[in-house]
Every structure is written in structure tokens, then in C-alpha cells.
Design a protein around this ligand. Structure first.
Ligand SMILES: O=P(O)(O)O[C@H]1O[C@H](CO)[C@@H](O)[C@H]1O
Ligand SMILES: Nc1nc2[nH]cnc2c(=O)[nH]1
Length: 290
């Protein structure tokens, strides 16, 4: 496990560097999941930085995560877009995984949109469906392997944040309306995302357990970022692209592969991009209580 703690001062140093290198002052953050990098190509007046050049930023090690931060305009908002995220299974601590979200906060971001690739646990789901995340089960977090474990820095937020209201209902309602306009029909779902640690895909018994627990989709990311965003008062919206179906039958020949995850991501790129850009176009600023 990589051990350096990235705190407020390191966030400030990254922010100073970004402000020195870009005129953009983003109010919306976007984190792109496995195979979703192409959305960043839609950003206009883009300033593009390799993670390797930004102070304290970790490196992307997973195929489908390009490793660049893009600042510019998208859907009428000034955005900072992560073309690739970090995962705990890469050997990064939870604190490191969420560093960019805290940098976003200090950059002035008030709303965070997250995408991920996930396996469908809900038997009604099909590959290519898009699930609005309405809640999560944070398996590592329940065992105190989350980004808020350790000394609490009150400059970011309180010791005991609530998470029962993590996924903004107003943004989900707008996304439902946008999906209707785009004629997504049954491909638009709303459900519970389970985060497990990875990197192994689940066994059959594990998939059955996660489904019984109330999970609709399973992945290896997103919730650490959500915890930290909510801790520092950022409004959150998240979607899962169902890239594969969880294997729920013993002796099934079906296997999850990262290649299938990336292929489905490519095939569904246009839908994800339309949904996010139209959501941004319709998105009001947050109310003062957010
Ligand atoms: O959650 P994102 O980053 O989209 O990626 C998902 O896809 C990868 C597995 O194929 C894992 O990293 C899983 O978390
Ligand atoms: N854990 C997990 N992560 C995924 N990411 C994309 N598909 C899957 C999956 O089936 N399981």
C-alpha cells in the first residue's frame, strides 16, 4: 500500500499549480470511469494536463483510464474532468484515491458527476443499460477502509458526515427527464451500487450475496469519491454503465473480463456523453443548503 498522506496543504499546492497553468475556474467536476474517457474530448477551450505533471497527483495504471485532467467548457459550465480515476486495488490508499476530489473542492467545484462501469446484479438489467445511482453499499467503508478514516480535517468537513442523502434527487430527476427526451426507455435504470475492493471480479456466491443485500450493480470505485465529496459539501450525481452481467449461476461458462467492460464502454459512449452533456445543459446551480 502506497503510504504518503495527501492533506489540505498538498491539495492547495495542486490548486496553485492548476491556477498558474489554466485560466479556467471550474464549478463542476466530472470523473470518468473505465472506457468513458472520450467524453473529455467534447470539452471546448480545453487545457489538458497529464496527471504526471500536477503536484502530488497519482498515476493511472488501469487500461481505459487515460490519466489526464481536462479543464474547459462543457454543457455551458466550466468543468474539470478526470480522464481516468484511481482505485484502491491499484495499491493506492483511500486517501490517495480521493485526492483529486479534494483538489476540485479547493478549485471551487460545487457539483460532482461521476461515471463508472459496473456488473449488473439485478436480473432485469441488460448490458448497455445506464443506472442512475440512488444509493450505495460501501463494503470496504463498512470495515473502516474508507477515505475519512484517520484524523479529521475540519477545513474539509465534519467528523461524522451523513451519507443517507448522498445522491442528489434533483439531479436524478433532471437525468430521468433527459433520458426520456433521448428515448432511452428501459435502458435507463435507477438502483444501488455496491463497491467491493477488487481487483478480482466476484465469485458466483459473492454475486448472489450482493444481490440479496440489495445491490443492483457492482464495481470497484466511485463510493470513496462520493464520501469525500459529500464530506466537503459537494453535490453528487453518479451513473453506472452496465458493461457485463454478474454471473449468478454456478457452473456457468460466463466470465467477466475487463475487455468486455471496455468494449461496452465504447459501444455506449454516445449515450453516456449525451446524458451527461444534456444534464449539464439543464442543471441549475446548487441551492445554498447544498
Ligand atoms: O469503476 P470504474 O473505474 O469505471 O472501473 C470498473 O471497471 C474495472 C473492471 O473492469 C474496475 O476498475 C471497475 O471499478
Ligand atoms: N466488481 C466488479 N466491477 C466491475 N466493473 C465492471 N464490471 C464489473 C463487475 O462485474 N464487477
Amino acid at each position: 500500500m502506497e503510504g504518503k498522506t495527501l492533506g489540505y496543504e498538498q491539495c492547495e499546492q495542486a490548486v496553485t499549480w492548476l491556477r498558474d497553468h489554466s485560466q479556467h475556474r471550474p464549478s463542476v467536476g466530472i470523473v470518468l470511469g473505465s472506457g468513458h474517457s472520450a467524453l473529455a474530448d467534447q470539452v471546448i477551450k480545453a487545457d489538458i494536463f497529464s496527471y504526471a505533471d500536477i503536484p502530488h497527483f497519482p498515476r493511472s495504471t488501469v487500461p481505459g483510464h487515460v490519466g489526464r485532467l481536462v479543464l474547459g467548457e462543457l454543457g455551458g459550465h466550466t468543468c474539470v474532468v478526470m480522464q481516468g480515476r484511481f482505485h484502491m486495488y491499484e495499491g493506492y490508499s483511500a486517501n490517495t484515491v480521493v485526492f483529486p476530489v479534494r483538489v476540485m473542492k479547493l478549485l471551487g467545484v460545487h457539483t460532482l458527476l461521476l461515471t463508472n462501469a459496473a456488473g449488473g446484479l439485478n436480473p432485469e438489467y441488460n448490458v448497455g443499460d445506464i443506472m442512475l445511482v440512488k444509493d450505495h453499499i460501501f463494503l470496504p467503508g463498512l470495515a473502516a477502509h474508507g477515505p475519512l478514516v484517520g484524523p479529521n480535517d475540519e477545513r474539509f468537513g465534519p467528523r461524522f458526515p451523513s451519507t443517507s442523502d448522498a445522491y442528489d434527487p434533483e439531479l436524478r430527476a433532471i437525468a430521468r427527464a433527459v433520458a426520456k427526451e433521448l428515448k432511452f426507455g428501459q435502458r435507463l435504470r435507477e438502483g444501488v451500487y455496491v463497491m467491493e475492493g477488487g481487483p478480482a471480479f466476484e465469485s458466483v456466491a459473492e454475486c448472489r450475496m450482493l444481490k440479496l443485500m440489495g445491490g443492483d450493480a457492482v464495481g470497484m470505485s466511485t463510493v470513496p469519491e462520493v464520501h469525500v465529496a459529500r464530506h466537503c459539501g459537494i453535490r453528487v450525481f453518479a451513473i453506472s454503465l452496465i458493461t457485463n452481467l454478474a454471473v449468478l449461476e454456478f457452473d456457468s461458462p460466463q466470465r467477466a473480463t475487463h475487455a468486455e467492460v471496455l468494449e461496452t464502454g465504447q459501444r455506449s459512449a454516445a449515450n453516456i456523453q449525451q446524458l451527461i452533456i444534456n444534464l449539464l445543459t439543464c442543471m441549475p446551480p446548487p441551492t445554498p443548503s447544498d
